[in-house]
Design a protein around this ligand. Structure first.
Ligand code: ASP
Length: 355
């Protein structure tokens, strides 16, 4: 290439970049569920450095997936009722309008990366169980034991706290009353320290919902998203939630924006939350209004009966192509993570339907 050609081609590239820029808001933004402070920071840092929006959000949630102390996602996720960790994830790439998902995959700590593999390397959109694991291994993914000692303990406490109609449990040493006090637990787990035991009891009784949904928008207006989870703790083996369902746990439309959800997936699947929110935004609702509408649809499915809705925790997140974002929780009190490209990530309060 001559010097003149080089100057011309760089000029053409800058013109193309400027044209692309004019399609976007010039804002670099990432939002995520409340556990996404680090994920959004990493996603924005990578997008600013020129990374693809999907690579950026996946790298963001990999922080959560790799953390053994995060018990709703990846390594250390709480297992199914048989003590096996089964993970779900989905990805959607706005610019190419492609997507991929994995459901019930075992032994791979980064299901978000396997979801991208399904998108990129196969002619399919969704793979499950043993087939998804085979695909990941074919592409060099390493298998890991995802059940950590802490998660195993929480699972065991849960098993020992179950009772049949006569108050019996085969997993306890002849105790016939429901486990309540830590003294009883201490007898069952003499080698475990009080603090860990208290944590395990909390996990057994009120397992955390630790899914992460992360959406990313770059200055050119390109947008992508990812959702990854270990699903509901103590689920029946093979249960699949909303996280890997394109249109429920995640949806992105390059023309409009992206949306995702965390919480009780069964409710989200019933309303196709991700798709509903994006379509709401297409018709003119703000991201917050669009998320609140999804909450209303969940409530309507229970005839707005608050006594039944009390048992449901669910949150929606939305990021519009112009950088405006929002989130809504069914109940008051939730927070979500935001990085607007101007500094560190922060938590903002979710709007809510029921107080
Ligand atoms: N949405 C996830 C699922 O239903 C769980 C969660 O977010 O806590 O699998």
């Amino acid at each position: 290439m001559t010097r003149r050609e080089l100057i011309l081609s760089s000029a053409a590239l800058s013109a193309a970049a400027a044209a692309a820029q004019s399609n976007g808001s010039g804002k670099t933004v990432s939002i995520a569920s409340g556990n996404g402070i680090n994920a959004t920071a990493r996603a924005v840092e990578m997008m600013k450095a020129g990374a693809d929006t999907l690579d950026a959000v996946i790298a963001g949630v990999n922080i959560n997936e790799d953390d053994p102390d995060e018990h709703g996602v990846g390594l250390g996720g709480l297992p199914n009722e048989e003590g096996v960790v089964e993970l779900d994830a989905s990805v959607m790439h706005g610019p190419t309008r492609r997507c991929g998902a994995v459901a019930s995959i075992q032994r791979i700590k980064n299901p978000s990366k396997v979801a991208k593999l399904v998108m990129q390397e196969t002619d399919h959109v969704m793979m499950a169980g043993a087939g998804a694991l085979k695909l990941a291994k074919a592409f060099g993914f390493a298998e890991d034991e995802l059940l950590t000692e802490k998660s195993r303990l929480a699972w065991m406490v849960w098993k020992k706290s179950l009772r049949d109609a006569s108050g019996h449990n085969n997993w306890t040493d002849g105790l016939d009353a429901p486990v309540k006090a830590s003294a009883q637990l201490k007898k069952m787990f003499p080698d475990v320290d009080e603090k860990t035991l208290a944590w395990a009891w909390q996990m057994a009784v009120h397992p955390i919902a630790g899914t992460i949904n992360c959406l990313g928008l770059n200055a050119k207006g390109e947008i992508s998203g990812v959702t990854t989870t270990s699903g509901l703790a103590w689920k029946i083996a093979g249960r699949v939630g909303d996280s890997p369902i394109i249109g429920a746990g995640l949806y992105v439309d390059q023309e409009v924006g992206g949306a995702g959800s965390t919480g009780r997936g069964e409710e989200n699947i019933r309303i196709s939350g991700g798709h509903t929110i994006v379509e709401n935004m297409r018709r003119g609702m703000s991201p917050t209004e669009a998320c609140l509408d999804a909450c209303k649809r969940v409530a309507r499915n229970y005839d707005n009966d608050n006594t039944r809705l009390k048992a449901i925790g669910i949150t929606f997140y939305a990021l519009r192509k112009d950088g405006v974002y929002g989130s809504a929780n069914l109940w008051k009190g939730g927070q979500f993570a935001v990085n607007d490209g101007k500094g560190p990530s922060r938590l903002e309060n979710c709007a809510y339907l029921l107080g």
